[in-house]
Structure formats: structure tokens, C-alpha cells
Design a protein around this ligand. Structure first.
Ligand code: AMP
Ligand code: GLY
Length: 423
């Protein structure tokens, strides 16, 4: 069948790469894609949020399955539109996607259904938000309610910082309408992990846990980013903890959406803090993580379209998923200055040298063609992802790959996965 993948990041390159290995895939299109994806799929210049044009394209090209990478089209209702028109698409309906689209909605669901999370209050009134901060003291976490490209969360160590965060979100509208409400919550401590499941609304199957590195600089310093690297497996999540997260978080969340009348189909991603009180949810996302998808998909041995088709056809109970026992590590190479202002259009050198290396994949994110050259076109530029017998070997290989690539101003973290080895 013909497949349409929506998005343009490293996550989508990894998805297209995996889908291209499927026995079910004929022509693969990607909207809008990037220079790396263009090597294995036909890239279409339609924005990921232009739902009407995507729908018309899917009809015209007889697309048998659409796979949505990023959250924005899901929250905007792409699944609702495609389904109404009789087209098969992988992802949650817009109501269920609010688990990511609104932190207030997500908090409300967690409280209503007893899913462990940080204590929190939601405010539409800035003065009340500031009073709450003054009463509760620090550390405290301030979050814009809506989508903010992974940048709408501020962990504040002083009251003034928290008040400034509220002001930036609510008055200055740094994240636009996402700042109409703020969620202010208790600061949790512990190790973080990303826990993802496939869900068809009834059955859920976990993926191996992974860990992202959200801060821009080594030793978790600097501002939050979309993610600077990830690895899988995560040694701090053993089988017992995995079962606990399934029982206390993932199953109750999927059952909650069913009880609310909107069964959750697609990928459900919980950002978990492993506190001394047990696992607690930091956030839900309604899609694959980026960069987490890159190491996770390197470890996937089953045909990905067998799984996705089973979700869309609500037959996930009939599927067994095989994962490699090996470890995988993704190091993100970003443009200098990211997540703040950065330059684009820098020539990227060294990409051709990977053709014969099977255990390192260079997934593209912000790249495009400029004449015959591949140049930078975004904040996160590449995800150099390696697989190896254990985490240490995978880390060394990923950095071997990083050292083969050059572009002006490039920045990357040098400590991806190091924490896991110390543990
Ligand atoms: P989120 O987008 O909600 O995952 O938040 C981004 C990052 O902020 C998380 O990966 C955590 O490192 C941090 N964070 C979010 N909520 C909390 C919290 N309640 N306590 C401590 N850190 C948090
Ligand atoms: N890497 C974090 C996210 O995908 O939201």
C-alpha cells in the first residue's frame, strides 16, 4: 500500500526508514520531509499542519495509511478529518490528543483517574498564579497549558524566576495562545525516563524504555530543548518497574480515555519521574518522542507496519513485537545557538562516509538541499544513532559517527548516555 508520513524531523526520518523495510510498503511519501528522507521517500511540500491539503493529497495518491509524526496536526484534528473521509490514519483523535495539547486537561484526567503525578493548580488569572507561587515557595514548576515545542516548562529555583515565567507565558504570550492558562506544580526529584506504548484503545504493548536529554548542555545545564540525545534501554527501569508503570500509569490512562468516550489509538508517551514515592507522570505526549524514536526504532525488529496496521484495525492483541537486546544511542547535532537564535544554510560535510556502516544511522532533522549540497535548515540538524552490544559500545559508536560530520557552528552534548553507564 502507499504510505504518507507527516513531519520533517529525525523522528520522521527514522519512521520512514523503518517503514521502507516493511513488506507492506509500496510508494512512501513524506510531507514535508527533509534532505535525508528524500533519499528513501518522495517528499511533498505540504506543511504538517495543512490538514486540508494533506487530506486531498492522500485521496489523490490512494494512500492506504497515513502515519503522523508530530503532535500539532494530531491536536488540530487530522485524525478526525481523515477518518470522517474514510481514510486510514495512525494516531489519536483530537479529544484524546489533548493529553498532550493541554496540560490542564491532562492534569484533570490524571487526578480524576488516580494516575500518580505532581500536585498542581491551573490558573487563568495571572495575579492568582503569582499569589500561589508566593504562598507555596520554591522550587516550583511553571508550565504553559498548550503546545510550546517542548519549551513551555520552566523549573524555577527562586520565586522571582517563577513570577517572571508566569509573566512571560501569560502577559508576553511567549508561546501565543498556549499561555492562556498556566499549570503550576510541585517540583519532583528523581531519574527521568520516557515510557511509550502502542495502544489500539483496548490492548497496549510497551516499547523498551528510553531516556531523553532535554537540557542544551552537558551535565544537564542550560535551557530546555526538544531533546539533545536519547538512549535505550534505561538501566534504572528494570522489569519490575516496567510492570509498575504499565499498571499504575499506562493502563489507567488508556482506560481513562475509554471511560471518557474516546478510546486512545496510536502511541501514548509518558514522561516519568522515578521519585522515592514511585513513578509519577511529568507529561503525556500523543506520539513518538523525538529523539527517542531514533534509538527505539533502531531496536525494533518486527515489521513496523504489522504493528501500526493492527492499531488502526484495533487488533493489537494479535501482535507480538520483537526488540533487539542491543543498546542504541542517539546524539543530536544542533545548530550553534539552538534553542535560541541559530543560523541556517551551513553546508554539512561527511554525510557520504556512512554509506557502508550498518550500525550507525544518521537521521536528518533540520536539513535541506541547496543545489547539490545538503545544508542546515533547523535547530536540531542530525541525530547520529548507533546500535551496539551494550550502552558503552553504542555510545562510542555514536560519537565515532558524530566525529565524521562537520558543519559551521555545530553543537552537541558530549555526555549522552553517560549517566546510564555510571548507574
Ligand atoms: P515536560 O515537557 O512537561 O516533560 O517538561 C520538560 C522537562 O521539565 C521535564 O523533562 C522535566 O525535566 C522538567 N519537569 C517537568 N515537570 C516537572 C516537575 N513537576 N518537577 C520537576 N521537573 C519537571
Ligand atoms: N523528546 C521529548 C519529546 O519528544 O517530547
Amino acid at each position: 500500500m502507499n504510505i504518507l508520513v507527516i513531519g520533517s524531523g529525525g523522528r520522521e526520518h527514522a519512521l520512514v526508514w523503518k517503514i521502507a523495510q516493511s513488506r507492506h510498503a509500496d510508494t512512501i511519501y513524506c510531507a514535508p520531509g527533509n534532505a535525508g528522507i528524500a533519499g528513501i521517500a518522495e517528499c511533498i511540500p505540504i506543511s504538517a499542519t495543512d490538514i486540508k491539503s494533506l487530506y486531498n493529497f492522500a485521496l489523490e495518491k490512494e494512500i492506504g495509511l497515513t502515519v503522523v509524526g508530530p503532535e500539532a496536526p494530531l491536536v488540530l484534528g487530522i485524525v478526525d478529518t481523515f477518518r470522517k473521509g474514510g481514510l486510514r490514519i495512525f494516531g489519536p483523535l483530537s479529544f484524546a490528543a489533548q493529553l498532550e495539547g493541554s496540560k490542564a486537561f491532562s492534569k484533570h484526567i490524571m487526578l480524576k483517574y488516580g494516575i500518580p503525578t505532581a500536585a498542581a493548580c491551573v490558573f487563568t488569572d495571572q495575579k492568582k498564579a503569582v499569589d500561589y507561587i508566593r504562598e507555596n515557595g520554591v522550587p516550583i514548576v511553571v508550565k504553559a497549558d498548550g503546545l510550546a515545542a517542548g519549551k513551555g516548562v520552566m523549573v524555577c529555583l527562586t520565586e522571582d524566576e517563577a513570577v517572571t515565567a508566569v509573566n512571560m507565558i501569560m502577559s508576553e504570550r511567549l508561546f501565543g495562545e498556549a499561555g492562556a492558562q498556566v499549570v503550576i506544580e510541585e517540583c519532583l526529584e528523581g531519574d527521568e525516563a520516557s515510557f511509550l506504548v502502542f495502544s489500539d484503545g483496548n490492548t497496549i504493548i510497551p516499547m523498551p524504555p528510553s531516556q531523553d536529554h532535554k537540557r542544551a548542555m552537558d551535565n544537564d545545564c542550560g535551557p530546555n530543548t526538544g531533546g539533545m540525545g536519547a538512549y535505550s534501554p534505561v538501566p534504572v527501569i528494570d522489569r519490575e518497574m516496567q510492570e509498575r508503570i504499565m499498571k499504575e500509569v499506562m493502563l489507567p490512562a488508556v482506560n481513562a480515555l475509554k471511560a471518557e468516550g474516546c478510546p486512545y489509538e496510536g502511541i501514548l508517551y509518558a514522561g516519568i519521574m522515578l521519585t522515592s514515592d514511585g513513578p509519577k507522570v511529568l507529561e503525556f505526549n500523543c506520539r513518538f518522542g523525538d529523539p527517542e524514536a531514533q534509538p527505539i526504532l533502531m531496536r525494533l525488529q518486527s515489521d513496523i507496519l504489522d504493528i501500526i496496521n493492527a492499531v488502526v484495525d484495533r487488533k493489537l492483541e494479535s501482535v507480538e513485537i520483537e526488540w533487539s537486546e542491543k543498546a542504541s544511542v542517539c546524539v543530536v547535532m544542533a545548530a550553534g545557538g539552538y534553542p535560541d537564535k541559530y543560523s541556517t544554510g551551513q553546508s554539512i560535510n561527511g554525510l557520504d562516509d556512512f554509506a557502508n556502516i550498518s550500525d550507525i544511522m544518521v537521521f536528518h532533522a533540520g536539513t535541506k538541499f541547496d543545489g547539490g549540497n545538503i545544508v542546515t535548515a533547523g535547530g536540531r540538524v542530525l541525530g547520529v544513532t548507533a546500535i551496539g552490544a551494550d550502552l558503552k559500545i553504542a555510545i562510542d559508536k555514536a560519537y565515532e559517527g558524530v566525529n565524521m560530520i562537520r558543519f559551521n557552528g555545530m553543537q552537541y552534548r558530549k555526555d549522552i548516555g553517560r549517566k546510564a553507564i555510571k548507574e
